[in-house]
Write a protein that binds this ligand. Structure first.
Ligand code: TXA
Ligand code: MG
Length: 315
């Protein structure tokens, strides 16, 4: 079994694996990541292969400090303000790349921009500190499938195709980081997350363009169908039949399903985000015909939840 508990010697071992060009899975506060040395093209190429990810969908590099991030991206005033406010945390900045960057072209898919994040999770931070290099890490799932919020989910995706999965328990936030593009020409949101458009606007005192139109996020290689369980998903249901599994939100829900899970009885969108992928994973194994989901408010963190569900429900 390749799941290791997160002791110090495990993190040391994981760092050695990364430095020798291998790919390993580690926890972050958002979802589990599949990490490799971002300066090693052969290692980064392995990530695409293992995930079956289209090569035109670039990766995020994970670093430990803003000072370090300055080596890879060009920060203007707004980018610095955003970084200071939300890092370490669930936010990724897409910035113009520095000239002669040591980052592999496979990380950026040949674009002139680079996605950077400083995670908050202690295990992730220790790992980056020991490796002393940026770690390229997408979510640790087969491309298009549900994102992993537990070590077991990572194992279900890759079995023994990766050498190591560091088990850090359930991810605290449960959905991927908010992705913000920030250059002198424009600031826009490429992927919604726990940190909302309004949070970022308030920080920089500027309006941000939303690229989330009709629940479609524009980012290179962003797949229309994504985050998908095996079962079909029906959104905004108001009734449910016994052969359907129900995913609901709030105090009231339609009765009739044999399998019901509640994202948050208290209508707390943060709690709902933390439960989203693990509940979808459980319902996927329930033997139901499909997963029916009741309406979730499309505001604040709800924008990210609805974006994920919308993609999961695409045919
Ligand atoms: O929370 C997270 O962000 C997790 C953890 C592991 O850090 N990572 C993650 O990575 O979600 P991934 O690869 O699943 O999603 C990265 C997103 C993709 O939508 C990708 O298109 C976008 O970031 N992205 C990366 N580099 C970009 C770039 N240069 N320009 C525009 N979008 C970029
Ligand atoms: Mg992903």
């Amino acid at each position: 079994m390749n799941i290791y508990s997160a002791e110090n010697n495990t993190i040391d071992l994981a760092a050695k694996q990364i430095l020798s060009g291998k790919v390993i899975a580690f926890p972050t506060e958002t979802v589990y990541g599949l990490g490799a040395d971002a300066t090693n093209s052969k290692a980064v190429e392995k990530i695409y292969k293992i995930k079956n990810r289209p090569k035109n969908n670039p990766l995020i590099i994970h670093v430990n400090s803003i000072e370090n991030a300055l080596n890879f991206g060009i920060f203007n005033k707004s980018a610095l303000k955003i970084a200071r406010k939300f890092w370490p945390g669930p936010l990724t900045l897409v910035l113009p790349s520095v000239e002669n960057s040591p980052i592999s072209g496979f990380v950026t898919s040949g674009l002139r921009t680079i996605a950077i994040r400083i995670p908050k999770n202690k295990i992730a931070r220790k790992l980056i500190k020991i490796v002393k290099k940026p770690i390229a890490a997408p979510s640790a799932n087969i491309s298009g499938k549900l994102s992993p919020t537990q070590a077991q989910h990572v194992y279900e995706n890759f079995r023994n195709n990766i050498d190591m999965i560091i088990d850090g328990g359930a991810c605290k936030l449960g959905i991927e980081s908010t992705v913000i593009f920030c250059s002198n020409d424009s600031i826009s949101i490429l992927r919604p997350g726990i940190i909302t458009l309004e949070d970022v606007e308030e920080t920089i005192n500027k309006k941000i363009e939303s690229n989330i139109k009709n629940n479609k996020v524009i980012s290179p290689g962003t797949l229309k169908k994504h985050y998908a369980p095996k079962l079909p998903i029906k959104m905004n249901v108001t009734s449910v039949s016994p052969e359907e599994a129900l995913l609901t939100f709030g105090k009231l829900w339609p009765k009739g399903s044999k399998t019901t899970m509640n994202l948050s009885k208290n209508s707390d969108l943060k709690e709902a985000a933390a439960n989203l992928f693990s509940m979808l994973n459980k319902l996927d194994k329930s033997g139901a015909k499909n997963i029916a989901v009741t309406k979730i408010p499309n505001e604040g963190i709800g924008v990210a939840i609805n974006d994920k569900l919308k993609r999961a429900s695409e045919k």
